[in-house]
Design a protein around this ligand. Structure first.
Ligand code: DWN
Length: 413
């Protein structure tokens, strides 16, 4: 099976005027955790390089790992992170109250619906739901809890085969739009699914947060595009669609929830107009912003390595806290392995007993962590849940345990 190919043009505007911004080296797939018996086997690694289109300013990967290879057996579960479950509960009620409560039996379709956590909330509100989830192992989990889920990548055939044309009042796609290689085909499918006055709502990590908070570890092969508003608006315009609203969110290090519909169906909101202005002021459409980002990431890497070496010399016991996909990008880019971390704790049963891709650090259940002591430092790889995790681990901190938060500047709390 072909696993990788290199593009030479922008995914949105097809320009070939692309500037390399950051090279994170050849890296294994961020979610490709390894069974112990396979540790000696060959491990696929692919170039991980961030490019900026100097025409439409889409920040993107051009080294494309085949989606079948990426998502055939997936280990990320929405339900493994309580903060995301809370976020989705609020998300469903906000969308329902704003757009669905006057519609009799509205139909909500989610693309990349994972284990059905969000659709479960829409179903509780009385809507009909359908999930489309390519990872077979995870689609089964959604079906097992009564969320009808097709285990497929979204394409026009599956829409026609299931007579889904023009049926959905809402199509949602969360942390999916950035994963899509052929955005134009994807938007054709969205247009097919939406009924008249239907709305496409999607959440994606926000480029300004990535740049401002040096979230370089959120760059991995699953995430092909990193969005600001201008390239998104250009894409929607091609399909006679427009963004009419945008809402900033705190999850996953900072995301935007984008609302799209046929042109002139909904009034353009103040929030959208203000964020467009803020992007210009921030300099997100200036190349020097990205050059500075790249320099700051390299500086962060050496600071983090120095801190870990210092703690190790002081005899501290250091372990990883959370085994997120982004954590593997950070560990591989900063060459942080078992010379620093004894193990990594995580709440995801699917990851327990496995080893991290590249650095081969064992992942253990978070409830088995040894008697934590004042001699211990937890490298917070799941930094996007800092607030919740600090609250949850107050016993550890009372005993003098510390967390090392790696970004935007490595700091001990
Ligand atoms: O786009 C994607 C993002 C949204 O989710 C996917 N490509 C894959 C995934 O990325 P991630 O793995 O970086 O997501 P999380 O949600 O930041 O992963 C957090 C990890 O930390 C999970 O494995 C669960 C774990 N965790 C934990 O061990 N203790 C989480 C919490 C809240 C905890 O208290």
């Amino acid at each position: 099976m072909r696993k990788y190919h290199k593009k030479n043009e922008c995914r949105i505007c097809s320009s070939q005027d692309l500037k390399l911004i950051l090279d994170l080296g050849k890296q294994p797939l961020a979610n490709a955790f390894i069974k112990k018996e396979n540790l000696q086997k060959y491990e696929n690694k692919f170039p991980l390089r961030l490019y900026l289109c100097k025409n439409c300013f889409l920040l993107q990967l051009l080294d494309i790992v085949d989606k079948e290879f990426l998502f055939k057996e997936y280990l990320y579960l929405t339900s493994a992170s309580k903060p995301i479950l809370n976020h989705f509960q609020k998300y469903a009620s906000e969308i329902y109250n704003e757009f669905l409560k006057e519609i009799k039996k509205p139909f909500v379709i989610e693309i990349g619906s994972n284990d059905g956590s969000l659709l479960k909330e829409f179903k509780k509100l009385g809507t009909d739901v359908l999930g489309i989830e390519p990872a077979k192992n995870i689609a089964k989990m959604a079906n097992d809890i009564g969320i009808p889920t097709k285990s497929n990548f979204l394409n026009q055939n599956i829409i026609k085969k299931n007579s889904l044309e023009k049926k959905a009042s809402i199509v949602v796609a969360n942390n999916v739009f950035g994963h899509i290689e052929d955005l134009k085909e994807f938007m054709k499918c969205i247009k097919l699914l939406l009924k008249n006055k239907g709305i496409f709502v999607f959440e994606v990590p926000y480029l300004i947060d990535l740049i401002q908070k040096l979230e370089f570890d959120t760059v991995y092969h699953e995430h092909l595009s990193y969005f600001s508003l201008r390239p998104l608006m250009k894409l929607m315009n091609e399909f006679n669609l427009e963004i009419f609203d945008v809402k900033k969110q705190k999850v996953h290090g900072g995301t935007i929830r984008v609302f799209v519909a046929e042109k002139d169906n909904f009034e353009i909101t103040k929030d959208l107009k203000e964020l467009i202005k803020y992007e210009e002021k921030f300099g997100i459409y200036k190349i020097k912003t990205y050059e500075k980002f790249s320099d700051n990431v390299k500086q962060l890497r050496s600071e983090l390595q120095d801190k870990l070496s210092k703690f190790k010399k002081e005899g501290k016991i250091i372990f990883g806290y959370g085994a997120p996909a982004k954590g593997n990008v950070l560990l591989n880019y900063c060459k942080i392995g078992t010379q620093f971390l004894d193990y990594i704790l995580d709440t995801t049963p699917l990851k327990h007993g496995l080893y991290t891709p590249g650095m081969h650090i064992q992942v253990r259940s978070d409830i088995t962590h040894q008697e934590l002591s004042s001699q211990q430092i937890a490298l917070l790889l799941a930094w996007n849940y800092e607030e919740e995790i600090i609250k949850k681990e107050n016993e550890f901190m009372k005993k003098g345990g510390k967390f090392l938060v790696p970004i935007p500047i490595p700091r001990l709390i």
